[in-house]
Ligand binder design. Structure first.
Ligand code: ARG
Length: 575
């Protein structure tokens, strides 16, 4: 068994081995392991194998469970085993084993999480906004959710490549180029580049509607760009550079880093070859001058891979991108994070990729668009919320909170704190919900100190740290590690069991691409800690018990800090 193995792993290995030999079912496919119980009145773990084995062994499940219990020699970390309901086998861990496990986790930088990703590469394609356009709410969510998935995978030892697949190619650049030459205001461009580029685009687009010669000019400039004309190329590169610079200011504020910024244009040279393979394999057919892939058998509409004017489509670029990524990185998996509106696109191109023999494990993680009730954002204009303004508002609201709760804190520190709380609140709102459910954003929920929010968890963390600091101030010479963790009280036990489940929360969140599994875990942990704190004395407890409880505090703080970090949320020491 690996070092720092969880109880679930150890117990599952034991039930599986023991049942196989005891019942003579070495080759069975029936899962014989355990899972955590939902309620500690049924012990800590349960095994449901008796129900399934009943068919194989032709015996009643309760009888199977009873026979197993009578014969089994319990592993030393199990205190009690009993049967519940139709034949569930329940296990209660021994308090001593539990205490030892929590102590041992202090020496594991991964807090018990198995490094399942070692030697494996995963590409995560997220954020991916479009050049010269402001990020919309879908890009914001993709950035925050994608980054949490990125952090979770890295924590499990995967070699993660965070790739920002910028939308940097397409017919709009013809209009951009002619528009830029006539309408750009360099001062405005220096001030707010993306805003100005967007204004230029809209002006040029509107003119093209009225003026056919303008449209033709735009088309001609596009063709020149596509053919590599130096001047147009330089302009286009400038649009990209300006856009990335502005996107980066947002990524910096969010603590998000990418390994690659490979836009769609990076794959241009591969597009004709993809079309050629589609044709050679008989997958693509002409239709009204366009080239399409029929997906009727798969129950999907046709996918256009080349337009009648010869231009390529979004799906074609994505196919070329998969091919390039496989060649260069041999990833175990490629994860794409976008809003729900792109589901069909991904289903289509995943299907075509498979038909093309691009053997890749492709996963589309989609999320619903968050609902923003009217008047939520003072900065909202039409349907576009300016992300920078949203973050400003979060920080400003948090600063007010900090000023009233800590009026004596130095102003600079108040500001840093407000930043951690405000950004954390925005992220946590995104991350704490099932990504696919409809979420309505409100400031009250996001900044609620008492509810399931980032500030609540950050505050819990700071409070735990302060208990620990108080202890050190009172007992400066005590070497905590010389005292063992002792688990006696029911609430101590509950806390320890929860701490031992951190690893399962990491795996669950990463494997299902659902950071909310981690958020739920942290919220539960904070609540259990809070009832621990309210129900037993800490500093006033007798020597030995006191140190043990402080050690549990320290483990809880470390777990909360790590868990929040996996969600990209900072944990200030003082609030
Ligand atoms: N640029 C696209 C958009 O804004 C998202 C790209 C997602 N990634 C991908 N490989 N298709 O809608």
């Amino acid at each position: 068994m690996r070092e720092f193995a969880t109880f679930e792993e150890r117990l599952s290995a034991w039930t599986t081995d023991t049942m196989k030999s005891f019942f003579g079912v070495e080759d069975t496919n029936v899962p014989l392991g355990v899972a955590p119980t939902n309620n500690d009145k049924f012990g800590d773990y349960q095994c449901n194998a008796a129900m399934e084995l009943s068919k194989v062994l032709k015996k009643a499940p309760r009888q199977i469970a009873q026979e197993f219990i009578d014969a089994a020699e319990l592993p030393n970390f199990v205190e009690k085993i009993d049967i519940a309901g139709p034949g569930f086998i329940n296990f209660t861990l021994s308090n001593i084993a539990l205490a030892e496990h929590i102590q041992s986790l202090e020496n594991d930088p991964h807090l018990g999480a198995e490094q399942v990703g070692r030697g494996k590469t995963v590409i995560i394609d997220y954020s991916s906004p479009n050049v010269a356009k402001p990020m919309h709410i879908g890009h914001i969510r993709s950035t925050v959710i994608g980054n949490a998935i990125d952090r979770l995978y890295r924590f499990l030892g995967y070699n993660v490549i965070a790739d920002n697949h910028l939308g940097d190619w397409g017919t709009q650049f013809g209009l951009m180029i002619v528009g830029f030459r006539s309408f750009v205001d360099e001062a405005a461009l220096a001030e707010a580049p993306i805003e100005e580029l967007e204004r230029v685009y809209v002006a040029s687009y509107n003119k093209s509607k009225e003026d056919p010669t303008w449209r033709d000019k735009a088309k001609a400039e596009l063709v020149k760009l596509q053919q590599g004309d130096a001047e147009n190329r330089a302009l286009w590169e400038r649009f990209i550079k300006l856009s990335i610079e502005e996107f980066n200011t947002i990524y910096d504020r969010l603590g998000v880093k990418f390994d690659l910024y490979r836009g769609e244009s990076f794959y241009n040279d591969r597009l004709p070859k993809i079309i050629q393979s589609l044709e050679e394999k008989g997958l693509a057919t002409e239709s009204d001058g366009a080239l399409i892939v029929d997906l009727e058998d798969e129950g999907m509409p046709v996918c256009i891979v080349r337009k009648s004017d010869g231009g390529y489509n979004y799906a074609t670029t994505d196919l070329a991108t998969v091919e390039a990524r496989l060649e260069e990185f041999s990833p175990e998996r490629i994860v794409y994070v976008t809003d729900e509106r792109q589901q069909l696109h991904f289903k289509q191109f995943f299907t075509i990729a498979e038909k093309l023999g691009l053997n890749a494990n492709l996963v589309h993680v989609w999320f619903g668009l968050m609902r923003l009730p009217e008047a939520t954002f003072s900065t909202r204009e039409g349907n576009v919320i300016k992300l920078a303004a949203l973050l400003d508002e979060a920080e400003a609201r948090s600063l007010e909170m900090v000023r009233s709760s800590s009026p004596d804190m130095p102003a600079e520190q108040q500001k840093d704190l407000a930043k951690a709380i405000g950004i954390g609140a925005i992220k946590y709102t995104d991350l704490s919900q099932n990504p696919q459910s409809l979420v309505t954003f409100t400031w009250e929920k996001a900044l609620n100190m008492e509810g399931n929010s980032a500030p609540y968890l950050q505050y819990a963390y700071a409070r735990i740290s302060s208990v620990y600091d108080k202890f050190h101030a009172q007992y400066p010479d005590t070497e905590l590690n010389q005292y063992s963790i002792i688990i006696e009280h029911k609430i101590e036990r509950r806390l320890a069991v929860k701490l031992s489940h951190f690893s399962a929360a990491v795996h669950g969140a990463a494997e299902n691409h659902r950071p909310n599994i981690m958020a739920d875990y942290l919220y539960d942990l904070a609540q259990i800690y809070s009832s621990f704190y309210q129900n037993v004395p800490f500093l006033k407890a007798e020597q030995g018990v006191r140190e043990s409880r402080i050690r549990l505090c320290r483990s809880t703080a470390a777990t909360l800090k790590q868990g929040l970090d996996l969600l990209g949320i900072e944990t200030p020491e003082r609030i």
